[in-house]
Write a protein that binds this ligand. Structure first.
Ligand code: GRF
Length: 215
């Protein structure tokens, strides 16, 4: 069977895109990146993708009169590249229900919180303000509501005394770069089943222990 063709949507530095590309560079990885698409002309991730020899596209929202036209242009670029699965990786636009419906169960997203806590923007600052002791990241299947949808994998990290949003974000980002390739592998291997809105991953065991903070 061929490798699953992935389109990665970015708006910024693209470190998660790079983590996915690194995973896909292994010959036995079951997915490959067919296109890196940015909605922002100067996105740092575009240069990173070019440097890795990946195909890139720029679909500038400002070049289109409506969201529907913008999304149609993205859709066309993705389909022209043969994309079968979309990975949102710091893509800062909300996709319409229409677009999400056309790619039903074929869009993944990564968010730097333990969803359903702290969806949306300023995630790390809100987690700190709430005083949570554990923070983390979530890879999920995209539904029309922002940062909602069946959860594939989560990783938790401790919140430390003296953390600010930047230090917490950096600790979580390390886990993001581990979680996203794992989730992509399981999807590409066809192990993922969605039952009543919950994900089951065939042949993958639950983590054995608890993470507690403070001890
Ligand atoms: C990540 O924290 C991701 O979880 C969030 O936006 C950030 C993007 O970072 N959705 P990068 O562009 O992948 O470096």
């Amino acid at each position: 069977m061929g490798r699953l063709k992935v389109g990665v949507l970015i708006s910024g530095r693209g470190s998660n895109m790079a983590a996915l590309a690194e995973a896909c560079a292994a010959p036995d990885f079951p997915a490959e990146i067919a296109l890196v698409l940015s909605d922002i002309p100067g996105a740092g991730g575009l240069a990173t993708a070019c440097g890795r020899g990946l195909a890139t596209a720029m679909v500038d929202r400002k070049a289109y009169g409506s969201k529907a036209e913008f999304e149609a242009a993205m859709d066309a670029a993705l389909r022209a590249a043969g994309v079968e699965l979309i990975c949102l990786a710091g893509f800062m636009r909300v996709l319409s229900a229409d677009f999400v419906g056309r790619w039903h169960d074929r869009i993944l997203n990564i968010h730097p919180s333990l969803l359903p806590a702290f969806p949306g923007l300023d995630t790390h600052a809100r987690a700190l303000a709430a005083g949570v002791k554990l923070a983390g990241c979530t890879v999920h299947i995209v539904r029309p509501v922002v940062d909602d949808g069946p959860i594939l994998v989560q990783a938790a990290v401790p919140v430390l005394d003296g953390d600010d949003a930047a230090s917490l974000a950096a600790r979580i980002l390390v886990e993001e770069h581990r979680c996203y390739p794992l989730a992509l592998r399981w999807v590409a291997e066809g192990r993922v089943r969605i039952e009543n809105g919950r994900v089951r991953i065939d042949g993958v065991d639950a983590a054995a222990g608890a993470l507690r903070n403070p001890l």
